[in-house]
Design a protein around this ligand. Structure first.
Ligand SMILES: Cc1ncc(COP(=O)(O)O)c(C=O)c1O
Length: 457
């Protein structure tokens, strides 16, 4: 692209595009930020400025990095052979990726394809609701979700999201979704301290199930590590307690791995750090690292079997379709994405570099009083900005915006909680590509250092 073509693209964008999460008034007198190319962990904008991307495409997606020729080639070859057929039929690529995926997920068995994280979660919710009809005339249909978790942008996915500001102005919401407390020790909803508590945040599930009536609760949906809600890592005891309660009351456990899935935390899936056996697992972003749109709702054989139990009933099967769940570019890209993770030992790299990143962030915490808490697992980390370490009062969202803006000036793109909560838009988030090495992490930490110094002055 030459300068003239860039100018034309910027003009067309200003005139016709409506960007995600964007108040467009300021863009009447300024140019939109336009990204034009990417290689490895770096992207270039339309002014020619290069950035190190510490959040994998801004929303933790491009896990294997930009410019992977072998993924592009696999997608090209697939498209030339067969671009699409509705997934009511099979395709070799979809079958091959399903087998590869299930090979990384002990206990799981079936893969249902669609094309976004929200949609993958909607599929799981529909499965739960239909299973309620198989069980007790639809009574066991309620879905419990957790404060601070995010499950997507569509109305049912948003109904199951525990982020007040993100939901504000989009109601009324879908009935049958019930909230349970979050599990962030730093801001314990029970005012307890880890080590001196009974993991009340997990046991609260039982109280809620009993209050709602166990015969009305079909599933519980949880992020393994809360992502956009503030990078919240549950304590080791959390999931075993949750799991036991779900079993006791015949409540399906649905883990939303849209962010943590496919290696982000140093294992294939975030929940594999814990002693837990989910019934349903959803995933999207890292499945094909953004090279094609693909999402998966993965279930146990038991869940799958429930949908073929009564073939004499003409309504007794999962009567759902996703048009673009039949795009074969998705599984073709996902196969190569997974091959790269295996061949380049990226899970190993995530564990080693994750420790390095965590050490770097803890050193920044030692240096800057404004950091209240550092959290994370693997190449997935975040820290909270506070006005005062003793009171833990969160900083205003303008401070997180200033830290992110300062990093941008240094040529590093970082993430932050973005109008998700009234008070807690104070978390900085990092999710560099799984290929990150020490030099890239040093660059990210140096940019944060400068930016934190500026807001602390
Ligand atoms: C945990 C989680 N679930 C679901 C979604 C929704 O995914 P999508 O934007 O692909 O619909 C997201 C998106 O950020 C997410 O973070």
């Amino acid at each position: 692209m030459n300068a003239n073509q860039f100018d034309m693209a910027v003009a067309a964008d200003k005139k016709h595009c409506w960007h995600h999460l964007t108040q467009h008034k300021p863009l009447e007198s300024a140019n939109p930020w336009m990204i034009v190319e990417g290689k490895g962990m770096r992207v270039k904008d339309s002014t020619g400025k290069e950035f190190l991307d510490a959040v994998s495409g801004a929303v933790w997606t491009v896990n294997v990095g930009y410019g992977r020729e072998r993924i592009a080639k696999a997608v090209y070859d697939q498209l030339m052979k067969l671009c699409y057929f509705a997934n009511s039929a099979g395709t070799p690529a979809a079958a091959e990726f399903a087998q590869m995926l299930i090979g990384t997920m002990p206990g799981m068995s079936r893969v249902y394809y669609s094309n976004s994280g929200s949609e993958a979660n909607e599929k799981a919710y529909k499965m739960v609701r239909q299973m309620a009809y198989f069980k007790n005339d639809g009574k066991k249909h309620k879905i419990i979700y957790r404060d601070r978790d995010y499950h997507g942008t569509t109305i049912a996915a948003l109904s199951s999201t525990g982020q007040f500001e993100r939901k504000a102005q989009y109601g009324p919401f879908v009935p049958g979704f019930v909230e349970m407390p979050h599990c962030c020790c730093y801001r314990c909803p029970f005012d307890k301290e880890y080590g001196k508590c009974d993991i009340e945040c997990a046991h609260a599930l039982e109280t809620i199930i009993l209050k709602e009536g166990a015969d009305t609760v079909g599933s519980l949906v949880l992020e393994p590590i809360t992502a956009g809600g503030g990078v919240i890592v549950p304590v080791p005891e959390y999931f075993p307690i949750i799991s036991a309660i779900c079993k006791k009351y015949d409540v399906l456990l649905h883990i939303d791995e849209v962010v943590c899935g496919l290696g982000r935390t140093g294992k294939w899936f975030g929940h594999q750090h814990y002693d837990v056996k989910p019934d349903m697992v959803t995933m999207a972003k890292g499945v094909a690292s953004g090279y094609a749109a693909i999402s998966c709702t993965v279930t146990t054989e038991e869940v799958f079997n429930a949908f073929k139990a009564d073939p004499s009933d003409r309504m007794h099967y999962f009567r759902d379709i996703s048009t673009f769940g039949g795009c074969v570019a998705g599984p073709a890209a996902a196969i190569e994405n997974m091959n790269i993770i295996v061949e380049e030992n990226l899970l190993d790299n995530v564990n080693k570099m994750g420790d390095y990143l965590m050490d770097g962030l803890l050193a920044l915490k030692d240096k800057y009083q404004i950091i209240g808490d550092v959290r994370g697992k693997g190449l997935f980390a975040g820290f909270e900005l506070v006005k005062d370490r003793k009171t833990k009062e969160p900083t205003d969202e303008s401070v997180a915006m200033a830290v992110a803006g300062g990093c941008m000036k240094e040529g590093v793109i970082i993430g932050r909680t973005n109008r998700s909560f009234a008070a807690f838009n104070n978390t900085i988030a990092l999710s560099p590509a799984l290929i990150a090495g020490k030099s890239e992490l040093d660059e990210i930490l140096a940019a944060l250092d400068k930016s934190l110094a500026a807001v602390s002055a």
